[in-house]
Ligand binder design. Sequence first.
Ligand SMILES: Cc1cc2nc3c(=O)[nH]c(=O)nc-3n(C[C@H](O)[C@H](O)[C@H](O)COP(=O)(O)OP(=O)(O)OC[C@H]3O[C@@H](n4cnc5c(N)ncnc54)[C@H](O)[C@@H]3O)c2cc1C
Ligand SMILES: NC(=O)c1ccc[n+]([C@@H]2O[C@H](COP(=O)([O-])OP(=O)(O)OC[C@H]3O[C@@H](n4cnc5c(N)ncnc54)[C@H](OP(=O)(O)O)[C@@H]3O)[C@@H](O)[C@H]2O)c1
Length: 471
Amino acid sequence: MASSSENGYHPTGSEAGTATLPRVCVIGAGSSGITAIKALSERGIPFDCFEASDEIGGNWVFANRNGMSAAYRDLFINVSRERMSYSDFPMPDSYPDFPHHTHIAEYFNAYVEHFGLRERITFQTRVKHAGRRADGVWEIELDGGERRLYDALMVANGHHWDARWPEPRFPGSEDFQGTQLHAHSYVDSSIFTGKDAVILGMGNSAMDIAVEASYVAANTYLAARRGAWIIPKYVFGKPLDQLPNDPRVPFAIRQRVIHQTIKTLTGPPERYGLPKPDHKFGEAHPTVSGRILDRIAHGTITPKPNIDRLEGDRVRFLDGSDAHADVVVYCTGYKISFPFFDDDFLAAPENHIELFRRVFHPDIPGLYFIGLVQPLGAIMPIAEVQGAWVADHLCGEYTLPAPSELRRDISSEQNRMRKRYVASKRHTIQVDAVDYVYGLQKERAAGAERARVGGFQLPIPARAEQVTAAS
Ligand SMILES: Cc1cc2nc3c(=O)[nH]c(=O)nc-3n(C[C@H](O)[C@H](O)[C@H](O)COP(=O)(O)OP(=O)(O)OC[C@H]3O[C@@H](n4cnc5c(N)ncnc54)[C@H](O)[C@@H]3O)c2cc1C
Ligand SMILES: NC(=O)c1ccc[n+]([C@@H]2O[C@H](COP(=O)([O-])OP(=O)(O)OC[C@H]3O[C@@H](n4cnc5c(N)ncnc54)[C@H](OP(=O)(O)O)[C@@H]3O)[C@@H](O)[C@H]2O)c1
C-alpha cells in the first residue's frame, strides 16, 4: 500500500486533493444514507449517492414511489424526537415529543437542505448490481444499464422493506376467503371498517395496527406466539427514553430499573390477557405503545395465542378457539436483503450477517453498511456516527484492528447477542443505541491512534478513476 507521502495524502481529509481519496458509491438516501454522505462531503471524499426514489427519506416518505416505505397514514415515531435527531441538527422545538411521519420526512428534508446535500444525490436511479472485481474496484450497474467504477461501497438500503411472511405459511392460507396482507402494505384503518380483523405479532407494527383496527372494526383479535413487555411512551411525565441511561453503568443495573418501572406502572401483561413474556425487558426488541393496553382494557381488542390455521372465513388459534375473520394482517417482520449483490457474494440468510460493529465486513475491504442495526433507541444518531467512522477510515484517520481482533470482536458480539436476546430472526442486529455509540467512539479513538502510529495510510487505494479513464 502507498505511504501517505507517496500518495500525497495529508491526514486532514478536507485539505487532501480528492483525486487521492477513494471514490465511494453510496446506495440509498434514506435517513442513513443522507448522514453518511454528509460525513463524506465534510471530508472531501468523492462520492456518488444513488437513490431509487425521487425523494430522500426512504421509509419516512408515505406512499414513496420506490414502493419500499412501510409508513402508514397515521404512523408516529416511537422513539422521542430528542433521541431520533442527528447530533448537530435537532428536530424543532415546535414538534411534539413523538411526531407524525410527515414531520419526520420534513426534518430529513431540512437536514439535506441545511447541509447542501440534495444536489449530491442522483435520484430515480436504482443500483441494480454491485460486484467487486479481482483488483478490488467496485463495478456498479445502474437500472438504466450504465456501469460505473468505485473504490468503496457504502450500503444504506434500509432493512424494513422486504416483508417476512410467516414461515411456513399457516395451513389453509391459500384457501382463506378473506384478505391477507403484511404490515408493509398496510395504509390505513379503512380496510377494517365494520370487519373482523386478526392482527398477528407483538412488535410495534402489530401494536399500532391493532389499535387502529380497534376503533373501526367489528372485532379485533391480537394473536401472538410470544409475550412482550409493553413499554409506555411516557413515565413520570417524560418520554421513557429520556430517563437517565449512562452507558458506564452496567446494563444489568439499568435493565433492572426499567424492568421494575414498567412492571410497577403497567403490571404484568398476563393481567390484560396477553401472553406472559418469556424474557425480561431488554431481551427483545422493544415493543412501545401508549395505547394497546387501554384498548384491550376497553374490550376493543381481544388477545389470542398464535394462529394455528385458517379455515375458510375463520381463523383457528392454538388454544382451539376460533373467530370469523375478514382481514388478517401479518406483522411478522422483515428480511435483510441486498438484491444488488449476487447471493454467492453476500447475503443475510435468516437475517444473519457478521460485521465488525455492524459496519465493516471482515473479509471484503471497501464495503460498509450504514444503519444496518435494530436499536433499543433510534437508528439516526447511530447512522450518523457510523458514517463519520467510515469517512475517518477512508481518509486514513482510522485504522481497523488486526483481522484476528476483528474476528474476535465479531464473535464475542454474536455470543453476547445470543445470550441476551430471545432467539428470533428479529434479533440478529440488535444494539443498545447509547452503549453502541459510546463503544464506537472509543473504537474510533483507538483506531485513530493506530492510524497515527501507522502514518495515516489510506486503507483503500484510489484506483477507480484511473481504471475508468483508461477503459
Ligand atoms: C413502520 C416503521 C416505523 C419505524 N419507526 C421508527 C422509529 O420511530 N424510530 C427509528 O429510529 N426507526 C424506526 N423505524 C426503522 C426504520 O428502518 C428507520 O427509521 C429508518 O427508515 C432507517 O433509514 P435507512 O436510511 O436505513 O433505510 P430506509 O428508510 O429504508 O431508506 C433506504 C433508502 O435506500 C434506497 N434504496 C434501497 N435500495 C436501493 C438501490 N438498490 N438503489 C438505490 N437506492 C436504493 C431506498 O429508496 C430508500 O430511500 C421504523 C420502521 C418501520 C417499518
Ligand atoms: N410507531 C413506530 O415507530 C413503529 C411502528 C411499527 C414498526 N416499527 C419498527 O419497525 C421495525 C419492524 O417492526 P415490526 O413490528 O414490523 O416487526 P418485528 O419487530 O420484527 O416483529 C415481528 C413480530 O412478529 C412475530 N412473528 C414473526 N414470525 C412469526 C410467525 N411465523 N408466527 C407468529 N409470530 C411471528 C415476532 O415474534 P418473535 O418475537 O417470537 O419472533 C414479533 O412479535 C422495528 O424496528 C419496529 O420498532 C416502529
